[in-house]
Unconditional design. Sequence first.
Length: 360
Amino acid sequence: MKSRFSRRDFLKVGGLTLGGMAAGPFLPNLADFDDSSLVRIATAEMPVRREPTDDSDIVRMVVRDELVHVYEEVIAKEPKHNPVWYRVWGGYLHRGRLQRVRFIYQKPQSIPEGTRLLAEVTVPFTQAYRYIKTTKSWQELLPPLYYSSVHWVDQLAQAGPDGSPDWYRIYDELDSNVPYYVRAMHLRMLPLEMFDPISPDVPPEQKKIEVNLTTQRLTAYEYGKVVFETTISSGIPGGGISGDRGLSTTTPSGKFDIIDKYPSKHMGNSYFNLGEKGNLLADADGYVLPGVPWTSFFTEVGHAFHGTYWHENFGTPMSHGCVNMRSNEANWIFRWARPPHTTQAISNHSTRGTQVEIHN
């Protein structure tokens, strides 16, 4: 019995390699594959341990983008902030650097000219390609677009990398001059209800977000009463310098306002400024994170609340300085906080934003 379903396997059955795309339509043969309890490895490598504890023997290693079937969820004693382990083939994986994923295929739809629609990836990952005019060839981009990341789609392409029309063109603000394309059946258009404001009648001065860096908790208040509370992952204290701006990975404390909101944000480096040795993913020393969902900025240098698709380790610092949240909870903050929500790529920040107070 084989429990692992790797990135290579997925690309093979999904018809995403350029060689496979020439063979015919995209018809994945997954009838006997149960994805009801499936996780993606979201870090360079992870140990499968014999027992659900970090002190147990390592049975084997799994690497980034492997898909692993989960047989059972186990609540252990450690770590206290996130004691969930998954029983997998041969042992146990801690939940912290995993992403729960599904295969949900979509029907491609046309995009009205001059319109951008927000779409969410609904497969574990989908390969992106760009067209190189000088070589007249398609180039594979890394990393792929991951499950639950969100992206602005502005066109159903006339011909994608395989010559078929079933590809979406992605608008990316960091790489807007060189668009890229992904399989249309791997993205679903998000309903406009996901932009609906929450309690818009509450005066701006009666809304407040509080973040406790010690307890790793976020609390939202209306009229001084709690209306929302959850665990988060703030920046790694003393984690060094992150990104081109040379910012510390420590989340700043103090009083702020929400100053801008983006339903989809490309964080980290641009795809097209990376060489072969560029920092590709959300590791300690650098990252590329296209399609970060529901981003609400509270500093002008880039600190924000946002959804997270690269870990599930809330309750302990994990980020490069932002406040990582579960994506559905980041959507709640996005809809609840001022300035007003928007269905456009860039938000309207003409009114004062919701107060934010961050303390230890």
